[in-house]
Write a protein that binds this ligand. Sequence first.
Ligand code: AMP
Ligand code: ZN
Length: 307
Amino acid sequence: MRPTPSADAATVTFREELFRRGLLVETGVPGVYGRSGEFDDTVALVERLVMAAGAADRPEVLRFPPVTSRALIERSGYLGSFPHLAGVVRCFDGSERDHRALLRAVESREDWGVGLAATAVVLAPAACYPVYPLLAGTLPPDGRLVDVMSCCFRHEPSDDVARLQSFRMYEYVRAADAQTVLAWRESWLARLVHLAHGMGLDVRIEAASDPFFGRTGALLADSQRGQGLKLEVLAAINGEHAPTAIMSANYHQDHFGELFGIRAHDGSVAHTSCVAFGLERIALALYRRHGLDRARWPQHLRQAAGA
Ligand code: AMP
Ligand code: ZN
């Protein structure tokens, strides 16, 4: 399990301020917060800006619920790489005797999850997963481009207000031949910076890695970083000293193409890439940059938010 990042003074202060103003509301679980109407309105503004940034490419728009197929997650390799982040849905389907045992366990504060059976669903770990099986078969000559958004879950409880367990992720997913996909991702880097600058955010792009599980995972992470497969756009949320990834541009090579039988028009295994936006993180970066009083934000942002 990845260690929970320690909460330094700046982290705590910003989080406490957000609670104090009621922008975020504590639930007793780290990384799971209620939001005020205003905070959600800021998230909606971010969503509109992200959608506008990709609209010229005329993507297919798809929306999925916060749960997804367990079979899909098994097939995608997610459990091999990130078993520690996955959240699964298990439900009670026992007898009356099992029910009594469950209530006794709840009463005595024991683990009552042992009596629950797996269901067909898991919590969506990223917005893009449900898209890949839909791309199976041979792609049209120019490949496909999908605009997707969903609420995602990752089991990474933390005092860092930017590290949520439940958050919204917006993504553009591209599938085509390797060259087309790489050029597409490259073209998005400038757009990401432009989008961030338009919101007044100071950002930098860095090669990064996913938090793969275990010792083999550490090697995978090194290789991912070395090959520049994951690029992150970083902005200050908890302070300038430790910027947070607010967007990422990921190149999966032929990983999903192989797993889901996706072929480029020329018959080769398709390559895929996704550009992902953490909507709450971008909203938090805006509050960090422009202050917690939205009435004092730059005019164009206030207007866009209708505030
Ligand atoms: P990733 O698939 O890890 O690149 O995540 C895509 C985007 O989702 C990131 O760039 C973040 O902006 C956002 N994100 C990832 N993990 C979290 C989290 N625990 N809390 C909030 N946002 C997250
Ligand atoms: Zn993705």
